[in-house]
Design a protein around this ligand. Structure first.
Ligand code: GCO
Length: 444
């Protein structure tokens, strides 16, 4: 166990997401999501993998909660599948959907584990996508209604709400690069998607604050940006990448304004998209900021004629995960200190809502070293004045890694997807010492 000291009350936990672990995609009244459509489209996921069964968590949730209790997890960050609550994304709640999450939240409480609930982790109801998805302002309104339904049922027991997971990644990979659902390649006029995701966050905050006293945040994927060279071209490309990845979904929320230079996202009249009063809704106070961290971004200017002004380059000279991602723990310290410098007294306390690595072996010293590196980086950021309240590693279980299917294994617990057998890796026992030292819990 690392001999790092964290303040009393600091929580160690784990993170998952509905479409990546639940399965049972046509049970309990659940409607189709854009990820059901995308994963069932030939050629879009590795080996045609889908989340139809995943970790079968919908049926195995109680034994999975027992695993978390054995881990001594202080917090469990999971997402609610919108299409379980509203199969077509609007209208009355599906009772069976609310009942599933009601049992889950009660099961967590019975095991002394704090529920941190993400309302949107990319599985938009397909019926809303059929009406334009996030390009349609109405989708933001629907999200506010969905948030209210969930908060009215669970709001007395949820310990923190996360409105959106990684809106930048959902925008960039799902709407520009086309490699995630809904598989769009919008090369201009992207601002409506960006703005309606932010407006959904704001309407979600309003709804959650009405129906629940729990803190509200969102989780962004932040990445320190490293220009390839001092050349003007690379510096400009790096600044633009920093704008879209790190500031576009944070400045409007914490500063009440878009980052300078965002106008390149549209050729339309911005006032026809960003309506009067929207930024006031979007910038309502949040009580924490969720930070997902995986690695820095090495950026160079794109070649002439490329649709995007920047290219992300491989980062050499660091250990690589099985996903070929560089392991740069100090990047987490760098981004946390950078957030403090940019947002100063507007920065709420931080939760690390995701960080982890793909590594297949049961004897996974690699994952232990990865998490230990994260924790040392967090401790260093805290020593530099950044307030951090918790750390949820990605992930409890090996799960459906989006377009990569089941190839990449991020779990403290190995899953045999043929038998659904769970086998804790060595990192599980290592992390258990950390969790139980932070908040001793009875052995189950
Ligand atoms: C993300 C998502 C997770 C991923 C994890 C590993 O950050 O992309 O929130 O669903 O599975 O990050 O890529």
């Amino acid at each position: 166990m690392p001999d790092l000291q964290f303040p009393p009350g600091f929580r160690f936990g784990v993170s998952t997401a509905a479409y990546q672990i639940e399965g049972a995609v046509a049970e309990g009244g659940r409607g189709p999501s854009i990820w059901d459509t995308f994963a069932h489209t030939p050629g879009l996921t590795r080996g045609g993998d889908t989340g139809d069964v995943a970790c079968d968590h919908y049926h195995r949730w109680e034994s999975d909660l027992d695993l978390m209790a054995r881990l001594g997890a202080g917090a469990y960050r999971f997402s609610i599948a919108w299409p379980r609550i509203q199969p077509t994304g609007s209208g009355p709640a599906n009772p069976a959907g609310l009942d599933f999450y009601d049992r889950l939240v009660d099961g967590l409480a019975a095991r002394g584990i704090d529920p941190l609930v993400t309302l949107f982790h990319w599985d938009l109801p397909q019926a809303l996508q059929d009406e334009g998805g996030w390009a349609n302002r109405d989708t933001a309104m629907r999200f506010g209604e969905y948030a209210e339904l969930v908060a009215e049922r669970l709001g007395d027991r949820v310990k923190m709400w996360i409105t959106l997971n990684e809106p930048y990644i959902h925008f960039a990979l799902g709407h520009v690069q086309g490699v995630h659902a809904p598989g769009l390649t919008m090369l201009s006029d992207q601002l409506p998607v960006v703005h309606h995701l932010l407006l959904a966050h704001g309407l979600g905050v309003s709804a959650l604050r009405r129906a629940s006293g729990a803190p509200v945040t969102l989780a962004n994927n932040y990445s320190p940006v490293w220009p390839k060279s001092e050349s003007d071209e690379d510096q400009l490309a790096a600044a633009m990448y920093d704008l879209v990845q790190n500031h576009l979904f944070t400045d409007p929320i914490l500063l009440g304004q878009y980052p300078p230079g965002y106008e390149f996202l549209t050729t339309a009249d911005v006032d026809s998209i960003v309506m009067e009063g929207d930024l006031e809704v979007i910038s309502q106070p949040i009580q924490a900021l969720g930070v997902n961290y995986y690695n820095p971004s090495l950026i160079a200017a794109a070649p002439e004629g490329d649709p995007l002004p920047f290219v992300r380059l491989d980062i050499e000279g660091y250990p690589k995960t099985a996903f070929d991602w560089p392991v740069v723990p100090d990047g987490l310290r760098e981004l946390l200190v950078g957030l403090k410098e940019r947002y100063a007294d507007r920065l709420p306390p931080i939760w690390i809502t995701e960080s982890g690595c793909s590594y297949p072996d049961l004897d996974d010293q690699f994952r232990i070293d990865y998490i230990a590196g994260d924790l040392a980086a967090i401790r260093a950021a805290m020593d530099a004045g950044v307030e951090v309240h918790g750390y949820c590693t990605w992930s409890l279980l090996d799960n459906f890694e989006w377009a990569e299917g089941y190839e990449q294994r991020f779990g403290l617990v190995h899953v045999d997807f043929d038998t659904q057998q769970r086998t804790p890796r060595r990192s599980f026992e290592w992390y258990r010492e950390l969790c139980t030292a932070a908040a001793p819990r009875p052995d189950l």
